[in-house]
Design a protein. Sequence first.
Length: 384
Amino acid sequence: MWLTLIFGGTAALFFGMAAAAVFHLRWAQRLPSLEELGVTSPGPHALRCSVVLAARDEAVRIESTVRHLLAQTGVHLEVIVVDDRSTDRTNEILRRLATEDSRVRVKRVDLLPEGWLGKCHACHLGANAVTGDWILFTDADCWLNPGVIRRALAVAERDRADHVTLTAGIVPESVGAQAWHLGFLFSLANWFSGVNRDKPGKYLGMGAFNLVSKSAYRDCGGYAALRLTVLDDVRFGLLLRRAGKRTRGFIGGSDVQCHWSPTARGMIKIMEKNYFAALDFRLAPTLVAGLGGILIWCVAILGPFTGTVAGIAAGLALLSLMLPARIIAGRLGWSFPGAVVMPFIFPLLFYAMLNSAWVTIRQGGVRWRDTFYPLADLRAGRVR
């Protein structure tokens, strides 16, 4: 009796997750092309964009990042790079690029003010210096395809949106990394659906590509309101929603290539600062979600071995997650193997959540780019 209820409940949960994701994925698309948007030439207005990015010890890739930005088409551009206390050749490279191209402007931070995260402070300084009507916040490890800013501006004009955001795209070097990314996008299906249908209370923001009108940035409080927020990109979307602004969200894919870890193991390390922050540094919900998620996954895996109808249904329900994963993979132009593996990557996602909490609590805060931020300060400064 109890086993039937447990397996049956697990089956209902996973089948429900798969069905809900398939429904919501109708609104999780790639950024349309200019042809799809009906744009044939650069418009006379709303086409001046200021790109703001924070850079700390990015000598290996900062030049390529900036050159990808300068290669954007159909938009009047300025690139404001805030060198946040770099100790390598980052500043030297940026100064050379600024000499070569007047569209590049460099700001240097030598001392981080108290009560700020380094990235948030850098973005705040950069945003205060913009001259464009639109501001694009992106990351120093992201390479944008030519035309992506113009297309995002066209979407904003078409939908009268104040904010357009794209998820980070990756070039996975393993099936595991591909499955991890598919699992991440699967978890965002409801978020895409909510913002693209203007559902009350729904928001989305991604650090790889947060494009916002300057007026909306000022109205929502900007980075001054996010000064101690680890998930500044996501909470930026929240601030915009609270200010009554409209967001449009898209799957970034090849339009926004981010140089993260090519393996699932590396992604666990990268997410150490993020997952616990996503749960507002609350231990109880993190334990419930992490341990509960692993337990339910184990129930689904063990179900078919019981030989019962409910147990087999639980196993099949877990496999049903391959369907939304395959839909996402198709939109990214990826092959089938990653979608097959995606349901089996879930324990790693939950482990990453628990690991994030463990590391943060053990060291008493978050270490981010060689700067330590105490947990008490992060909890006090969080945006909820």
